[in-house]
Design a binder for this molecule. Structure first.
Ligand code: SF4
Length: 511
């Protein structure tokens, strides 16, 4: 649809001899998936939604030639049925604060000059010219940035640990192996703004003393890979990667490594094994990758979204970033908002915003006027939160305390029609498939857990089975080797905690 729309716009402009005066550019994602494809007209900032290829004629003939907005393509505010012509006035965007997604949907990701024209590579220049590596690390520590891949470990501290290890070679790794069901945060950043990640990896290399970077990306992300490759070539052409970057003594290059879609390879040690050509299995920590990682060398691993936050922190200052969010969770978080919600899409919100604001203000409420039942955060490692948590401010600690977790940013909304036993089963089936099989509690425990859950969901379970579910869940959590196994029973436990009536109803059905 979008490719055809773009071609139609170009052809219509050419019909009017305007092909050199009006550019048609393809950007990354604007985030409002529910209303795509989107066409934005600059400089007047008009935002057209749900545009079809055939609409190209009207957009060119009416808007471009006559300056008249195409009314029926403007977003209709469901609150009052009024048409809105600028994204600033749409509820979906009003409460968003875009830092990691700052350029997505606004620049052509395949043109480095557009990135440079929007402060791109200024942070790298500032670091190389004005700061020692330890000073940059102090700045990142002061900003309070925590890893956005799920763990929430302080980024500056991670960099500091790797900086302090002596080695002849160190590595910077970008984890782009996003695998949660319904999550597409990292993919959108790489598709919409690949240079922000490249710039941040170079800054990280400068800070920890690494001359090599590796992006570990899912092979199922062809557009992200294509744009990353174009960006890497352009950065090298402009002297922003390679030897003596920007006239300094700092050398840095980046290679791409492809992942085959194993969820467990999002775990740092499994990811490193996979990059080394070994089976993607986690190992015990310590040693941590910061001491012994890729090829046995000190390695700093951060995910795409974490890196995308780095250049603005350097450009605008640690205090600016630390001024956004809550006491222990600074800045913003990108979420992939999905499920039974009106405005499905990719959003970036300040830490501390409530679930209610995300679901009702930004998300536009539940589809078809149904009742909200639960929201799953943290993907298969997280938990389901009920309406009692709608006013909980979202941050790392509050979500953990509520029995879920931030995770990498998947957020799936369920309505009154969803069976929570089936939801728990869905997530458990996913982790069961994705378990690498290395340790027994995860490999066998999750299989048994699934069998019990399956029997309950088919109305064949007993009260004792419900008790067994809980006990086995704790054994798996306590004895699994890596985060995948340790968190795999979370959807079961959180649904047992909040929706025990539904489990009981399935069991009653058996009697
Ligand atoms: Fe593999 Fe699961 Fe053990 Fe992790 S917990 S090492 S995924 S079997």
């Amino acid at each position: 649809q979008s490719d055809l729309l773009k071609a139609n716009l170009k052809n219509r402009l050419a019909d009017h001899g305007l092909q050199n005066e009006v550019q048609v550019l393809q950007t990354g994602c604007f985030g409002f998936c529910e209303k795509g494809p989107i066409v934005k007209i600059q400089p007047d900032n008009t935002f057209y939604v749900s545009v079809e290829p055939k609409d190209a004629i009207e957009i060119v003939d009416e808007h471009i030639l006559k300056g008249r907005k195409v009314e029926h393509l403007l977003f209709k505010d469901p609150k009052n049925d009024k048409r809105v012509d600028d994204s600033k006035h749409m509820d979906f965007y009003k409460k968003q604060v875009r830092i990691a997604l700052r350029n997505c949907g606004f620049i052509n990701p395949e043109n480095i000059e557009e990135y440079i024209g929007n402060d791109g590579y200024a942070a790298l220049g500032t670091c190389l010219e004005n700061y020692k590596p330890t000073e940059v690390i102090d700045l990142i520590k002061k900003s309070g940035l925590r890893g956005r891949g799920g763990g929430g470990f302080p980024t500056g501290l991670k960099w500091e640990i790797t900086n302090k290890v002596e080695a002849d070679q160190k590595y910077v790794v970008c984890n782009a192996d996003e695998g949660d069901p319904g999550a597409f945060m990292d993919r959108s950043i790489l598709e919409g703004d690949p240079h922000s990640v490249i710039e941040a990896m170079a800054i990280c290399g400068y800070c920890i003393g690494a001359s090599k970077g590796l992006v570990y990306i899912r092979a199922e992300y062809p557009l992200a890979i294509k744009r990353l490759k174009v960006a890497l070539e352009q950065a090298a052409e402009y002297g922003l990667l390679g030897e003596k970057i920007l006239g300094s003594d700092f050398d840095f290059e980046i290679e791409i490594r492809y992942g085959a879609g194993a969820f467990v390879c999002g775990e740092e040690t499994a990811l490193i094994h996979s990059m080394e050509g070994l089976r993607g299995e986690p190992t015990f920590k310590p040693p941590f990758p910061s001491e012994s990682g890729y090829m046995g060398k000190p390695t700093n691993v951060n995910n795409v979204e974490t890196f995308a936050n780095i250049p603005p922190i350097i450009n605008k200052g640690a205090d600016w970033f630390a001024g956004i969010g809550t006491e222990k969770s600074k800045g913003t978080k990108v979420f992939a908002l999905a499920g039974k919600i009106n405005n499905v899409g990719l959003i970036e919100v300040p830490m501390g915003i409530t679930l209610r604001e995300v679901i009702y203000d930004i998300g536009g409420g539940i589809k078809d006027g149904k009742e909200f039942k639960a929201v799953q955060t943290g993907g298969p490692s997280g938990g389901c939160l009920t309406k009692d948590f709608l006013d909980t401010p979202i941050d790392y600690d509050n979500l953990l305390a509520a029995g879920s977790m931030m995770g990498s940013g998947g957020m799936i909304v369920m309505d009154e029609d969803d069976c929570m036993v089936s939801i728990a089963k869905f997530y458990l089936e996913f982790t069961l498939d994705e378990s690498c099989g290395k340790c027994t509690p995860c490999r066998i425990g999750n299989k048994r857990l699934f069998e019990i859950l399956d029997s309950i969901s088919q109305g064949k379970g007993t009260k004792e089975d419900i008790d067994k579910l809980r006990r086995l869940s704790y054994v798996i959590k306590d004895s699994s080797l890596c985060g995948l196994g340790q968190t795999s029973p979370n959807p079961v436990l959180s649904t047992l905690d909040h929706f025990i009536d539904e489990y009981n109803a399935h069991v009653e059905h058996h009697k």
